[in-house]
Design a protein around this ligand. Structure first.
Ligand SMILES: NC(=O)c1ccc[n+]([C@@H]2O[C@H](COP(=O)([O-])OP(=O)(O)OC[C@H]3O[C@@H](n4cnc5c(N)ncnc54)[C@H](OP(=O)(O)O)[C@@H]3O)[C@@H](O)[C@H]2O)c1
Length: 257
């Protein structure tokens, strides 16, 4: 990978999965990477891994729950006081619960909205005024292809990701006139602790390190949408164009519902 322009990076959800792979790719490229999450041991193991691999950049663990707006704002202020200006923030923290219709729960919807949607909004509230004031910075928001259209058992998860996609489209339009860039990252299935609990065969499953390579490349190219793997994404994008009369029977057939 080419050397990136980013010297200081913040990754939420950096202790495992896609965030972990991105943290290691960035520390290998020489960036200082602050990784946050709620589990200190997971964060520390990523920092230890980077040291063991003799990466030129360092990884700094930070225990932080993205659902706590005041804690997020304080953390961003503290990061910039201690380490300098953040060049890139990758907002990756998220969770998934399958929610079949016979276990429909508003509490599950709220929990996933709090983490997947408001977790990102909290970080943006902390970051946007700072990046806009200096007219530079890169924001990477990790949503999902599950936000493209409604999928069975994903009413809670897909809803939170659809909300993120919509918000990113709105923000990117306004940010175009500024030096701040926002990328929307829509992964397909990636092997991580989040998908390890899926009981079904996942089509086009990717490894987290390959997902990190795609994200790294897309961020460097300043793509608005970074979606992968393209074979899966293409099929889903075509499905996005279908009228309900075609889409609903098709998705029932494909997923067996
Ligand atoms: N894997 C996939 O197939 C896939 C596909 C599309 C989109 N995504 C998205 O990619 C992102 C990363 O997921 P992943 O697959 O890499 O799963 P993962 O390994 O479970 O990573 C999610 C990370 O988010 C952190 N997190 C969860 N709740 C948090 C909270 N309240 N505050 C702070 N951190 C929190 C977790 O750490 P703690 O629990 O220690 O806090 C964990 O490290 C998620 O947004 C996910 O929705 C994943």
């Amino acid at each position: 990978m080419n050397q990136p322009d980013w010297k200081l990076v913040w990754i939420t959800g950096g202790g495992t999965g896609i965030g972990r792979s991105m943290a290691l790719a960035l520390s290998e490229s020489g960036a200082s990477v602050i990784i946050s999450g709620r589990t200190e041991s997971a964060l520390q193991s990523v920092a230890d891994e980077s040291l063991a691999r003799h990466h030129s950049g360092r990884i700094i663990p930070l225990v932080l729950d993205v659902t706590d707006l005041e804690a997020v704002k304080q953390a961003v202020e503290q990061m910039e006081i201690e380490h300098g200006e953040l060049d890139l923030a990758l907002l990756c923290a998220g969770n998934h619960h399958s929610m079949p219709v016979d276990r429909f729960s508003a509490a599950t919807c709220r929990e996933l909205m709090e983490i997947n949607y408001f977790g990102v909004m909290h970080a943006l509230e902390a970051l946007l005024p700072r990046m806009l004031a200096r007219d530079k910075g890169v924001l990477g928001v990790v949503a999902s292809v599950a936000g493209y259209r409604g999928l069975p058992t994903a009413a809670a998860y897909g809803g939170s990701k659809a909300a993120l996609i919509n918000a990113c489209e709105a923000l990117a339009t306004e940010l175009r006139a500024t030096g701040v860039h926002l990328s929307l990252i829509n992964p397909g299935f990636v092997r991580t602790p989040l998908t390890d609990k899926n009981p079904f065969p996942m089509p086009f499953l990717m490894e987290a390190d390959d997902a990190a390579k795609a994200i790294f490349r897309g961020l460097q190219r300043k793509q608005f949408e970074i979606a992968f793997p393209w074979t899966f994404v293409l099929q889903l994008k075509i499905m996005r164009l279908l009228p309900y009369s075609v889409y609903l029977p098709l998705i029932r057939k494909v997923t067996g519902f």
